[in-house]
Design a protein around this ligand. Sequence first.
Ligand code: NAD
Ligand code: MG
Length: 391
Amino acid sequence: MERVTVLGSTGSIGVSTLDVLSRHPADFEVYALTANTSVDALFDQALVHRPRYLVLRDAASAELLQAKLRAAGSESQVLSGEQGLCQVAAEADTVMAAIVGAAGLLPTLAAVRAGGKVLLANKESLVMAGRLFMDAVDAHGATLLPIDSEHNAIFQCMPGVHRDGLDAQGVRRILLTGSGGPFRQRPLDTFASVTPDEACAHPNWEMGRKISVDSATMMNKGLELIEACWLFHCPPSRIDVVVHPQSVIHSMVEYVDGSVLAQMGQPDMRTPIAHALAWPRRMNSGVASLDLILQARLDFEAPDEQRFPCLRLAREAAEAGGIASASLNAANEVAVDAFLNRQLSFAAIPRLLERVIENVENVEPQSLADVQAADALARERAQSLIGEFGS
Ligand code: NAD
Ligand code: MG
């Protein structure tokens, strides 16, 4: 039995992961489930999946959950805080890293340092600390498997040893596909009035609110570009973003002989989750067959960086290296949060990010502390600009 910890089990990826795991009770044991503040959701999950541990962010919520569980006859033990997260990440055989944002970095790294199987949904940890993160994967012999649908697709189309880089595998370039989000065709002069609910209504995927806003600004594709550079040991110049509104092709790899391999499927995260859980085997994910006749057509277009400046900002950060992408990521988390709380307009998100980034003195981070300092500084600058950019 493989013992699995799901970090962020109450979120969109977490719930899909539990759905896949529950289809294979003979192969997987749920070791630990974690959430930020959702006591009730974690309580319900604990009764169904009977994990050894549960983790909540603060001690008071953890105590409340522990009392509820005891009263219900459950033997699960509740831990709290970053220490609890890192403990259950280090003790499992397999960890699904599905906390959203920078909060996922330390627990995901704890899983990497324990040398187990790490299923990476939390793209922000690679965006923040790419080199340090990949060095830790090598140093501790961890098995890193991408969950982001694009990166999982690339991994499936490029089964060679990634750390040898693209040339060693005869790969010419990576084609990173994206739907273009909900505002691909919305008139640009209405971007200032976009509401949080409009931004979170993605045409093809159901996801958490932060990644949904990132998809609407196309920052998500930018973060994915940075993520792909680290995962596949490749420079940003070898990755082309292709807008593909139907989200049926999840990304492609072009080889030097002209072959282009694509991975296709329904836009349902249970496919990459099941792929990574079963890897190198295959197992049922519960996802329906793709009906190509019903689908009928697949469209492709070039990305529009005028419309979506976040994509350009992320590519520039990828090219700059150093702490640029950690700073961009931190400023973006603050801006998205402010937008969701109606303190910042949708149109102001890229303008605020640009202002934070142009003042960053870029250096190569030598340690996690350097990354965390860059993250804190960018957050502070972004926060101080919110009043100026307003809503
Ligand atoms: P979500 O908001 O639905 O869920 C986030 C989870 O993290 C929840 O369980 C929440 O309780 C927990 N969490 C939030 N803040 C926390 C904190 N400070 N400390 C501890 N736990 C915290 O997010 P999601 O859509 O499931 O996305 C999770 C990650 O996966 C993100 O990094 C996202 O970019 C990535 N991802 C998501 C999808 C998708 O389809 N949802 C696809 C690709 C990648
Ligand atoms: Mg993705």
